[in-house]
Design a protein around this ligand. Sequence first.
Ligand code: PLP
Length: 387
Amino acid sequence: MRPALSAKVQALQPSLIRELANEATGSAKFNDLIQLWYGEPDLPTPEVVRRACQQALDHGETFYTPNAGILPLREALAAYMNDLYGTSFGVERILVTGSGTLALTIASQALLAPGDVLVTHAPHWPNLSAIQQLRGARVVRVPLELHDGRWQLDLQRFFDACGPDTRAMLINSPANPTGWMLDDDGQLEILDFCRRRGIWLIADEVYNRIIYDRTHAPTFADKIGPDDPVLIVNSFSKTWAMTGWRLGWLTIPAGLLGRFEMLTEYTNSCTPAATQLAGVCAIREGEPYLRASLARWDQSRRLLRDAFAQLPRAHCPPAEAAFYAWFACEGVADSYALASDILHEARVGLAPGGAFAPEGEGWLRLCHAVAPETMARALERLSPVLK
Ligand SMILES: Cc1ncc(COP(=O)(O)O)c(C=O)c1O
């Protein structure tokens, strides 16, 4: 007899985005499908970055690397953040991780024990909850609210949700899927609360550079001191079109590097050298790519805005950052059914909102990190269905 898997694993729910995508797999009917359901840029990683990886492999960079990441990448990351944010992080505050997802996993392992509570906002990217649930921690969700057509987090409500068992809070700003952003004053209030109450903050800033009217979104990086209870999660995935590489980093408080090195040793030991050297190249040479991408995605965003203005049933609050349109369609309660109809009728792949915690039900997510021509074609197909 085969024993059961652990209760925590049995409680996992499948990703509704993947489930919908499976409906389209292997059918010729979907040969011309426009996929806007995943959160990733449509172009491959810039060539210069791919070449850096090829060169590293040709030079035999195939061995284990240090737990915290190779020094050239940690130095490049510290310099990158310091230039961008006007900060003064040293390499001892930087831990390279094999993806933003792994940075979140390590953060959860570092902070939470079974039974602990983590407070966060919703709707949110499904992994943000699932990672904590796999730890046996409980996630308390505080809904974002729409006021005057903009997403907002009621900070008092957020603080009131923090009880005696709350060990950590998680803020994802700019947020997936809504594009909501916490401003500098809000960040200072959160930081002050965490300091006073002795609560950890996990700041997921993987969309920090995906913003259209300035170099970066508000960040906790320029507000924290070395002793503050804050872990900042970051990733190469979105900024430099490196979703398939699995490369991220954590910014940690002073004096904790040894502990995080151990956590890395017992999680995935290290990140491949060739990937990390590609990361060094992305940081040093990736800005022109990022600027050009943002210009393309902004054009797609404008096309979307104009098209949605003509669709009275669709309600799409403007996103301040990231590369998603998050919209509701009047009279639709079951977002999976609507996404499935859109898939079959319009051959456009969208993410059903129910994937993003119960607060997302009734909504759909569309990733606009695509060429304007692709967006125009998708909108032509979507408009008749959403009219
Ligand atoms: C909010 C958020 N955090 C973290 C990640 C993880 O990114 P990755 O694991 O590709 O670095 C994602 C990816 O979609 C995300 O949306």
